[in-house]
Design a protein around this ligand. Structure first.
Ligand code: GDP
Ligand code: MG
Length: 370
């Protein structure tokens, strides 16, 4: 019988490897991403996650996602998706802006960057990294609570003159609970009173062991203000991404997650979609949460109109019937009748939930996902 590594199976299912490891652990099989599992176990996981995906639309008129596994030869490398977390004022926004300034493509084009909720940075070797533009663990927790796991890597920002603070510790806990690998950016090293070594020691107390301390968590001393060592941080991300071997099938109907949505006075409902598998094209018919529509136009993070978007690419989508919510699943379907059918069913489920269920808290999130 065919054996497969956990990461390879995750790629084929377009799920995060960490989620599979957690599921296996719950089944009493403690394995790592690089270990192999047998076919029976693999099939069990597929079924398990088929249900998990179904939960998003929960219906008899469901989009059939069970057995929805891409053949290994269809998988291609995809960019890592990164979220920045950390205590208030430790420099999350500054770091996002500084990294964005490093983008060789936007630099060349002199293009105006546009806020769409996520952006991509192209590196000199032509590889890319996708950054989610909503720093903070609230967005992260909220998305995860809704079953949307879009982040491959978390950058934990800690100001070297301030050390670990309550929100730093919360971010550590969320990241660990999600099973997402972390890279520590020790920021503000330009400050005379910065104490990077003290940060490493404090991290140790919270079981985040950086490489210097004999652990496997990468840490990089940076200054978002002076733009120091941003290249090193990007290299650390690339290294982590290589270890994860992130892949997806670009040649299929697109699936993704809404990362940001709003009502624009002139253009109507807008949503930024992070494509996770397949390729999204202008003209595609889709369902996004309780919204549906046909892609009228797509705008990338540089403000350019694009005709298609592949795995790990964030695009603003025009053509939604109503404004979806961040964390909503986005799925291309065969026709508009089907899209409306699924969307209205989901609206019904949402209405029911709103009147019966408790609001999202850390406690019920862990109850659902631990
Ligand atoms: P956020 O709340 O985590 O998003 O933090 P901000 O990016 O808004 O930064 C908070 C403050 O720290 C601002 O006044 C920034 O100018 C300052 N800051 C951010 N990064 C650095 C840095 O590397 N060095 C210094 N000296 N100040 C920084
Ligand atoms: Mg900020």
């Amino acid at each position: 019988p065919e054996a497969i590594t956990v990461q390879e199976l995750a790629n084929r299912m377009a799920e995060r490897g960490a989620d599979l490891v957690k599921a296996l652990f719950k089944m009493g099989m403690p394995v790592t991403l690089t270990q192999t599992i047998d076919q029976d176990t693999a099939e069990l996981l597929v079924t398990e996650f088929g249900h998990a995906i179904k939960r998003v639309s929960e219906s008899d008129i469901d989009i059939d996602t069970s057995e929805d596994v891409d053949a290994p030869e269809t998988l291609k490398a995809r960019p890592a998706v990164v979220t920045i977390m950390g205590h208030v004022d430790h420099g999350k926004t500054s770091l996002l802006d500084a990294i964005r300034g490093e983008d060789v493509v936007s630099g060349e084009a002199g293009g105006i960057t546009q806020h769409i909720g996520a952006y991509q940075v192209s590196l000199p070797d032509k590889s890319r990294i996708t950054f989610l533009d909503t720093p903070g663990h609230e967005a992260f927790t909220e998305m995860r609570a809704r079953g949307a796991n879009v982040t491959d890597i978390v950058i934990l920002v800690v100001a070297a003159d301030d050390g670990l603070k309550p929100q730093t510790i919360e971010a550590i806990n969320h990241t660990k609970a999600a099973g997402v690998p972390m890279i520590v950016a020790i920021n503000k090293i330009d400050k005379p009173d910065s104490k990077p070594q003290k940060v490493r020691e404090e991290l140790l107390q919270h079981e985040v062991i950086v490489e210097d301390m004999g652990g496997d968590v990468q840490d990089v001393e940076v200054s978002a203000l002076k733009k120091t060592n941003l290249d090193k941080l990007l290299e650390a991300i690339q290294l982590q991404a290589e270890i994860l071997e992130l892949k997806a099938n670009p040649d299929r109907a697109a699936e993704g997650t809404v990362v940001e949505a709003k009502l624009d006075k002139g253009r109507g409902p807008l949503a930024t979609v992070l494509v996770q598998r397949g390729t999204l094209r202008v003209g595609d018919v889709f369902v996004a949460g309780a919204s549906s529509g046909k892609v009228r136009a797509m705008i990338d993070d540089k403000g350019r109109q694009v005709k298609e978007a592949g795995p790990s690419v964030p695009v603003e989508v025009l053509g939604m019937s109503v404004v979806p919510a961040a964390g909503d699943a986005f799925t291309v379907v065969e026709n508009e009748a089907r899209a409306r059918e699924v969307a209205s069913y989901r609206q019904g489920v949402l209405d029911k939930k709103r009147t019966t269920s408790a609001p999202v808290t850390l406690e019920n999130m862990f109850a659902n996902h631990a």
